[in-house]
Ligand binder design. Structure first.
Ligand SMILES: Cc1ncc(C[n+]2csc(CCOP(=O)(O)OP(=O)(O)O)c2C)c(N)n1
Ligand SMILES: [Mg+2]
Length: 576
């Protein structure tokens, strides 16, 4: 009798599904095959069941790093990266990354468990109580909550479409604990799922806008094209290359657009940045915003020469954000670039030879000036000596993904290390945020399978350093190089009070970050010369084994805030 009852129950539940399963089914149906997160109430079982169902579930040591991983996964794949967190504190830890994704226009979905609405809304002190939806809303592109199992399919569809369509960004999806245990008929569940069709519909630019842009470009005497990370995101690599080459115009890649065309391309003006910004008369922005990274399109960096801007962007509100845009071209980058190419026709005039000559001369002069500094073999190393070695490694291994954060470590690596292929350079993005390093490295390895070289300031690394255990746990082909200069910017500051505390920018001298990696079974190396560094990185890239190299950098070699020291407020009172 008991057996019969059990059998009946099993048969009955076979026709049922629950919130856990519907979340997993909704994700799989839409090709969301990876979760970056941290387990705990109420989403522990969701992670387990998702893994059992074939979703790759990567457990991190802190949600912020999982969130940064999801954000960069979105950038690399054009699918929303999914980060899964527990309620209140886990949610808040993930929220920084969601805001970062939104600021950088990376598609991401932060899925967070939450506590019971009835108790949260009456503020009766539930376990991890927080009104998460309200808190997330101003920090992301869209925020949704699902209260009923039959709405999970729609909830995911809305989240995916919001993350991907138009200008991509971060989306918050709130899933209260009770939802996971809700049971509905399997048939109703299956019918409730939504496969998102054409999540990022093409946005075709108006022909008149395309013509206006080309008229402005054709009339230029000193034209310039600036490629932003929106152009890299678009995966319209061939068309972008064709546009740049057909126009014959010098191009300047923003940091994460490096490699869209090789930095060694004859039209690349990366090494003549200040000249082209100052002297150009027409600037075509492709997926690049005139924010602080481009000095808002005005002021000293842009010189006195009158400028006309052409801007290609998916977001109409981006136009005239900082200066007048003479020729706005609104649409997705792929469609816009194709339309521009078509309208250029077969006989586009060559770029003015005197301008090309001036840019090339400046570039070659700057490259020649830097060359001897990159060959120095000093010990302790300076930035240029160490970066000279790493630059050769990326040249020999152009498919490797470079992750980069720090101040001097960031700014100098960006300038020194040439990139050869699209979306191979991942860094601090629009905010210049520290902490993206290990999350980005993990997602890059997971999403692409390519080897990853993470070049990290010692301070920058500290924000996500515990994730070296995650790298070891999943056996990821990540080589982390710490530029260890004993601190933030420099390791030489003194405590002006004369007291025993070290200065605020200084860390423990002579730290051995390599030992952290050894603690988890990875390879640790202490490198004191560029030759040692080069050998160790090559060995790591050949073996694919998790490796951390402590690169000993002269503590006096860096400068305050790297290349952006000018942004530090300066009081007249404190000047000596
Ligand atoms: C989240 C966050 N906190 C603080 C900062 C301020 N900040 C900018 S660079 C930096 C660290 C620079 O030191 P390091 O990574 O060691 O690079 P170095 O200049 O020494 O090579 C810090 C803390 C930031 N950008 N982001
Ligand atoms: Mg440092």
């Amino acid at each position: 009798m008991a057996e019969a009852a059990l059998k009946a129950e099993v048969e009955e539940t076979q026709d049922l599904t629950d919130g856990f399963s519907l979340v997993i089914d909704a994700m799989k149906l839409n090709g969301l095959n990876t979760i970056y997160g941290v387990p705990g109430i109420p989403i522990t079982d969701l992670g387990r069941h998702a893994q059992a169902a074939g979703i790759r579930v990567l457990s991190f040591r802190h949600e912020q790093n999982a969130g940064y991983a999801a954000a960069i996964a979105g950038f690399l794949t054009k699918k929303p990266g999914v980060c899964l967190t527990v309620s209140a504190p886990g949610f808040l830890n993930g929220l920084t990354a969601l805001a970062h994704a939104t600021t950088n226009c990376f598609p991401m979905i932060l899925v967070s468990g939450s506590s019971e609405r009835e108790i949260v809304d009456l503020q009766q002190g539930d376990y991890e109580e927080m009104d998460q939806l309200a808190i997330a809303k101003p920090l992301c592109k869209a925020a949704y909550r699902v209260l009923h199992a039959q709405d999970i399919g729609i909830g995911f569809a809305r989240a995916i479409r919001a993350a991907l369509s138009g200008r991509p960004g971060g989306v918050y999806l709130d899933l209260p604990a009770k939802l996971f245990a809700q049971v509905i008929s399997a048939d109703a569940g299956a019918k409730s799922l939504v496969k998102v069709i054409d999540a990022a519909p093409a946005q075709i630019p108006a022909p008149a806008a395309v013509k206006r842009a080309l008229d402005v470009l054709r009339a230029a005497k000193r034209p310039l094209i600036i490629l932003g990370k929106g152009a890299a995101y678009a995966q319209a690599d061939e068309a972008i290359r064709a546009l740049v080459e057909k126009s014959g115009v010098p191009f300047l890649p923003m940091s994460m657009a490096k490699g869209l065309l090789p930095d060694t391309h004859p039209q690349c003006a990366g090494a003549a940045r200040s000249t082209v910004l100052k002297d150009s008369d027409v600037v075509m922005l492709v997926g690049a915003r005139l924010n602080w990274l481009l000095s808002h399109g005005k002021g000293k960096a842009w010189g006195d020469a009158p400028k006309k801007f052409i801007q290609v962007d998916i977001e109409p509100k981006e136009m005239d954000s900082n200066v007048e845009i003479a020729a706005p071209v609104v649409g997705d980058i792929g469609s816009c670039v194709s339309a521009l190419l078509d309208a250029m026709g077969g006989s586009w005039p060559a770029a003015p030879a005197d301008w090309m000559g001036a840019v090339t001369a400046k570039r070659d002069e700057n490259v020649a000036k830097m060359a001897p500094r990159l060959m120095n073999n000093k010990s302790p190393m300076d930035y240029h000596g160490a970066l000279g070695a790493l630059r050769t490694i990326i040249k020999e291994r152009p498919d490797a993904i470079l992750v980069n954060e720090g101040a001097n470590t960031l700014d100098l690596a960006r300038g020194v290390i040439d990139m050869y292929k699209p979306r191979k350079r991942l860094d601090v993005g629009t905010w210049g945020v520290m902490g993206v390093g290990m999350g980005s490295a993990i997602a890059a390895a997971v999403e692409t399978g390519n080897p990853v070289l993470a070049i990290e300031g010692d301070s920058a690394f500290g924000f996500s350093g515990m994730e070296v255990e995650t790298i070891c746990r999943y056996h990821l082909p990540v080589c982390v190089v710490i530029f260890n200069n004993d601190g933030i910017y420099r390791g030489t500051d003194q405590n002006a009070s004369g007291g025993p505390d070290p200065a605020p920018t200084v860390f423990v001298k002579g730290s051995r970050y390599d030992k952290m990696m050894e603690a988890f079974g990875g390879t640790g190396v202490n490198a004191t010369t560029p030759d040692e560094l080069k050998r160790a990185v090559n060995a790591a890239m050949d073996s694919g084994k998790p490796t951390l190299i402590n690169a000993v950098i002269d503590p006096a070699a860096g400068s305050e805030s790297g290349r952006i020291g000018n942004l530090n407020p300066q009081s007249k009172l404190r000047k000596k």
